[in-house]
Design a protein around this ligand. Structure first.
Ligand code: GCV
Length: 718
């Protein structure tokens, strides 16, 4: 009887917890109670005993995670189910710490995985059933443990397990554009989670929670500070704080990196120059690197934004990117450090198309960078737009590691109030075919190194994390942090798989929830393209903060900061001609790709106005005029958000009230703003097209002057 009452209380607790109180802090590591009884029995039967092998901090973390996950999911206390001499057993430990009898069962498993990979295998030995989670390193084991827990979270069978997996990309980093005053450039989830003032002595529990969440998806590096860098981060006062963070992250397999302000030797070193070829500068960076490594022996290295948007760089001294990157690379090389040198460069003094500027500054130098340098390239040649053709540098530097930079934070995609599932965007870029080595030379193959046998590989995501209780401001956008990590581990994963996994772990396995919400997630990216920048339009956001529409902006000092530079709407038509009759940016792609982009019959209409300036009455494939087609796309985007709201409103029975309402309220904002985008852009472009709105497009209820008058002096992230 007592047992039954206890069970009832436990169930009630689990139920109430599920329905009422969930602030989202636990992310996708919810470890919901497995309410399918037979599945739960299977799991309980398979894991009766936990046997850690090895006693590092990492293995301890793995043990705690298993105990937490299994206890919560199976409704039984697992803290005492450890090191027993009977029962079906889950062993976890690295190759070096497993007994010979266990290793014998694993055959050539260790040849199938890399240093960070893992294996999860079932076998029977001396009448006991075992599951072993192993790897070559303890961190590999931790990744395996998270994968094992993911199997349970997503209600997969765990009989006869025979899994091996390894990350396909070496460097998997989050880039925090966090400033030392805790503001976050392009951050929409509160302030920075790094509490610099109270570091190093006060270690906010968020630091280990952050590391744990990253480890659960395989992220293995973090660049703590903004690429628009402050040299102070390199002073002893701050390095002490960085060291404290590195100590927290280390057992989770996460390395710390810093951005290096190129003029630091002047600003904090008292030198008169930062010329990368000056001996005193070379020496200064060498000593700085030695100083950092003395504190943080596994320090990852530097990320550098140079000669871009006012940041100093080697060109200030008539040197080039090779000179700058190699100088820093030499300083960190003795410590196995790397340099991630960004290719996001453009200059107001260059009258050519901004989309063309990075390519000539880097591609001719292929093969000249030191082998611990990666060139970090944004997914497209302009700047993290809702849709952007892949950057022409992908595949174009066969002798240089090219690292992907995605933006997880939504600078140009409506900030954190817009629920958009970004793995759809990431997947589109990774699957794009560069044709550099013939058909099938997709971007993912340059990023994982397989296209040209590159040893050093990387993917970076500009973080969407802040100190909001749910980390990302909008529960839904946790999926983008999760999805980035999963794609950095395996760039061939589909957005569909990622959405499915994330939903099951974050909310429920109930198909009545999974199916409609997954569909909503997968459609959400196209929705934002439609209501902001359909048919290849780009960079028409209001300037500075990039919040809301601003296609009319034309008064900024630099031409390429003005939206009119990008859409080029006039009485004759709209769009940026990047074909040979225009800027000829298409020339930077492989001929097969350029030919498609240049040819109106072959180009996807999704990229149309990115590459072509076309008359308003140009006929689209469906027979509509360009003007009608564009207007209908804007309307479609609005309708898509409306249908997202309808879907979500039906999900109340499956989601706790707090997270349900968080997403619901934000979707309503998104709907309002989608209409704002539609109305403002159509009213503005209509001045040039002089054509009526087609049937099916709602009439704007405000004037163009009204939209132009809106000002947002305190928009976040600016
Ligand atoms: C960190 C865009 C953003 C800037 C950002 C820059 C970059 O221009 O608006 O905030 O600076 O990209 O990626 O360096």
């Amino acid at each position: 009887m007592l047992k039954k009452v206890k069970l009832l209380i436990l169930l009630l607790f689990v139920f109430c917890n599920h329905i009422f109180a969930n602030d989202g802090y636990k992310l996708w590591l919810q470890y919901n109670y497995v309410n399918n009884e037979s599945l739960r029995e299977d799991y309980l039967n398979a894991v009766q005993n936990l046997l850690p092998s090895g006693n590092s901090e990492t293995i301890n973390i793995a043990l705690k995670e298993l105990q937490l996950g299994l206890s919560d999911m199976l409704g039984t206390d697992f803290t005492s189910k450890i090191n027993k001499d009977n029962g079906n057993t889950l062993i976890f430990g690295s190759e070096a710490n497993l007994g010979e009898d266990i290793k014998l069962q694993l055959g050539n498993t260790f040849n199938q995985i890399n240093e960070e990979g893992y294996a999860i295998k079932s076998f029977k030995l001396r009448n006991r059933n075992y599951i072993v989670i192993t790897g070559k390193s303890d961190v590999g084991v931790l990744y395996g443990v998270f994968e094992f827990l993911r199997l349970l979270q997503t209600h997969k069978p765990i009989e006869n397990l025979n899994i091996t997996d390894s990350p396909k990309i070496k460097i998997r980093t989050l880039n925090h554009w966090d400033n030392l005053d805790r503001t976050v450039e392009r951050g929409y989830a509160g302030f920075s989670i790094w509490d610099w003032h109270r570091l190093p002595d006060y270690l906010d529990p968020r630091y280990s929670d952050y590391a744990r969440a990253n480890a659960s998806v395989g992220i293995n590096g973090t660049v703590l500070n903004n690429v628009n860098a402050n040299a102070l981060i390199l002073t002893p006062q701050y390095l002490e704080k960085v060291e404290a963070l590195a100590n927290v992250f280390r057992p989770y397999g996460i390395k710390v990196y810093l951005t290096a302000r190129f003029s630091a030797p002047i600003e904090i070193g008292g030198l008169e120059t930062a010329d990368p070829l000056a001996p005193e500068v070379i020496n200064w960076w060498k000593q700085k690197a030695d100083e950092i490594y003395a504190r943080i022996p596994d320090f990852g290295g530097f990320l550098v934004k140079a000669n871009s948007e006012g940041q100093p760089g080697p060109q200030n001294y008539d040197r080039n990117h090779v000179d700058g990157a190699n100088m820093l690379a030499t300083a960190v090389a003795p410590h196995n450090g790397i340099v991630m040198w960004r290719a996001f460069v453009y200059s107001e003094h260059d009258a050519t198309d901004r989309a063309k500027q990075a390519y000539p500054e880097f591609v001719p130098y292929d093969g000249q960078f030191k082998d611990n340098v990666l060139i970090q390239v944004k997914n497209g040649a302009i700047d993290f737009q809702p849709r952007e053709p892949f950057h022409p540098m992908f595949g174009a530097m066969p002798k240089t590691p090219i690292m992907m930079e995605f933006q997880i934070t939504q600078e140009y995609l409506g900030f954190s109030t817009h629920s958009i599932f970004l793995p759809k965007l990431f997947e589109e870029v990774l699957k794009a075919d560069t044709y550099r080595k013939g058909k099938g030379s997709i971007v993912a193959k340059d990023i994982d190194g397989s296209l040209d046998n590159k040893r050093l590989t990387g993917m970076a995501g500009v973080s969407n994390i802040g100190n909001d209780i749910n980390w990302t401001g909008n529960t839904f956008l946790q999926a983008n942090w999760y999805g980035f990590g999963r794609l950095a581990w395996d760039p061939y994963l589909s957005a569909d798989t990622i959405a499915d996994e994330w939903l099951r772990q974050t909310f429920t396995n109930d198909e009545k929830f999974i199916n409609p919400v997954k569909e909503m997630m997968l459609d959400s990216r196209e929705a934002v393209v439609n209501y902001m920048t359909p048919l290849g339009l780009h960079h028409i956001m209001d300037t500075g903060h990039h919040y809301g529409p601003g296609p009319w902006v034309s008064n900024l000092s630099r031409p390429e900061w003005n939206p009119v530079y990008y859409h080029k709407a006039d009485s004759l038509g709209i769009g940026f001609d990047r074909t040979p009759t225009g800027s000829n940016a298409t020339e930077q792609y492989a001929p097969e790709v350029a030919q498609v982009f240049n040819d109106l019959d072959q180009i996807s209409e999704k990229d149309l106005l990115w590459f072509h300036h076309l008359p308003w009455d140009y006929k689209l494939k469906n027979g509509n005029t360009l003007w009608d087609g564009m207007a209908l796309k804007y309307q479609e985007g609005v309708d898509q958000v409306k249908s997202m709201i309808e879907t979500w409103n039906k999900m109340q029975p499956y989601v706790d009230a707090e997270r349900y309402n968080n997403i619901k309220m934000l979707l309503n904002i998104q709907y309002k703003e989608a209409k704002w985008w539609r109305d403002a852009c159509l009213l503005y472009f209509q001045q040039y097209s002089k054509m009526p709105l087609p049937e099916g497009v709602e009439k704007p209820t405000k004037t163009l002057d009204y939209f132009k008058s809106l000002k947002f002096p305190f928009a976040p992230g600016n």
